[in-house]
Design a protein around this ligand. Structure first.
Ligand SMILES: *[C@@H]1O[C@H](CO)[C@@H](O)[C@H](O)[C@H]1NC(C)=O
Ligand SMILES: *[C@@H]1O[C@H](CO)[C@@H](O)[C@H](O)[C@H]1NC(C)=O
Ligand SMILES: *[C@@H]1O[C@H](CO)[C@@H](O)[C@H](O)[C@H]1NC(C)=O
Length: 346
């Protein structure tokens, strides 16, 4: 059972799922907790789908079991992959809440009009509907951060990365403008700030994933669970120089070999991208990364596919196509048959 599932089944049971302080804010008069919870769950889901998209050709491809957000899930290390999941989920929740808010879906929240009418720069003033990220950020923090029950290094790491996700949603915002003036002269424009798409936020966080920072911490502290004492405030004390960077505590395994007790599926059976003339350099090495470097063989499978072809426009108004058959080559990682070879079997 993932946290996402928990989010759904506990709609209406806020105190059981989230912290009391989160609930008391969510339950203030006139606010529909259920409305937020549904939007938050949809947002987390879209974050997870984005994770799968970003990692589709990687050894670790954002498998279902990775999608639980709370600390004490034994299937997850404190790796950079965990860092990414936290950031993209938290950004997804913020995105969904903020967009719903701008669409007028929530009674108590609307566009951010704090700057409306003010001059923004040469030839433009603030107008239109700026996304209310403040609101989205606050609700996302309430939901996602309250899933974190621990008070150890891992909890700190997760909270930090949740925040990096919310910062990413802010950092990728874009100004959109509309022209005014006599006959479209555009002598004056009104502009507003909008959240980028989840895809753009995903691209942004994927780059941060590549540059994630490893933080050295006491292993005892790391393993100790809920043992940290005293007050701590991750927003104030955690790595002032790395506020907007993803952080992790443990190096990742190579993700080659299946290990169910660690929740790793391995790359055997996975499809990979073979050298092709228009693939990026990274993609050219994809079968190498997924198969060969993991001690597996690349298997080519020819499949026949049919698709529409020779389409002609007919007066009026239909399009007639033939169905053409063509051969498609796909590549998969497979174990060496016969003599075993290479690493990955240890
Ligand atoms: C929030 O937005 C999504 C996507 O547009 C929509 O499906 C959903 O119904 C909205 N939620 C509310 C409470 O209106
Ligand atoms: C899975 O990982 C654990 C922890 O590192 C290790 O003890 C175990 O031997 C591994 N199992 C397999 C099948 O590799
Ligand atoms: C090559 O690029 C075209 C256009 O971007 C794309 O449709 C096609 O699938 C690519 N081929 C391969 C093998 O990636």
């Amino acid at each position: 059972m993932g946290d996402l599932f928990m989010l759904w089944v506990t709609v209406g049971m806020c105190y059981a799922t989230f912290s009391a302080s989160a609930c008391s804010q969510l339950f203030s008069p006139g606010q529909a907790y259920l409305t937020y919870a549904t939007s938050a769950a949809l947002g987390a889901q879209s974050g997870i789908e984005e994770c799968k998209f970003q990692f589709v050709w990687e050894r670790w491809n954002c498998p279902e079991n990775a999608l639980q957000l709370s600390t004490h899930n034994r299937l997850r290390g404190a790796t950079r992959e965990t860092a990414f999941i936290h950031a993209i989920s938290s950004a997804g929740v913020m995105h969904a809440i903020t967009k719903n808010c701008s669409m007028g879906d929530f009674e108590n929240c609307g566009c951010d009009e704090s700057k409306k009418g003010k001059t923004g720069g040469r030839g433009w003033i603030w107008g239109g509907c700026s996304d209310n990220v403040e609101f989205g950020e606050r609700i996302s923090k309430l939901f996602v951060d309250s899933l974190e029950k621990g008070k150890d290094a891992r909890a700190l790491m997760n909270l930090h990365n949740n925040r990096v996700g919310r910062l990413a949603a802010r950092a990728t915002m874009k100004r959109t403008c509309k022209c005014h003036g006599l006959s479209g002269s555009c002598s004056i424009q009104t502009c507003w700030l909008q959240l980028a798409s989840i895809r753009e936020i995903g691209d942004y966080l994927k780059a941060k994933y590549d540059w994630a920072l490893k933080i050295e911490m006491d292993k005892h502290q790391l393993r100790a669970g809920n043992s940290a004492e005293g007050h701590w405030d991750p927003m104030e004390t955690f790595f002032p120089g790395a506020e907007a960077e993803l952080i992790f505590l443990e190096e990742s395994p190579d993700y080659c070999t299946r290990n169910t007790s660690l929740g790793i599926y391995g790359t055997e059976g996975r499809e990979c991208l073979q050298r092709s003339h228009n693939a990026s350099r990274w993609e050219q090495h994809n079968c190498g990364r997924l198969c060969t470097e993991c001690g597996l063989q690349v298997e080519e499978r020819r499949t026949e596919a049919t698709s529409s072809c020779n389409c002609k426009f007919q007066w009026c108004c239909t399009v007639k196509c033939d169905q053409c058959r063509h051969v498609v080559n796909k590549y998969y990682c497979r174990r060496y048959l016969g003599r075993s070879k290479g690493k990955g079997s240890a």
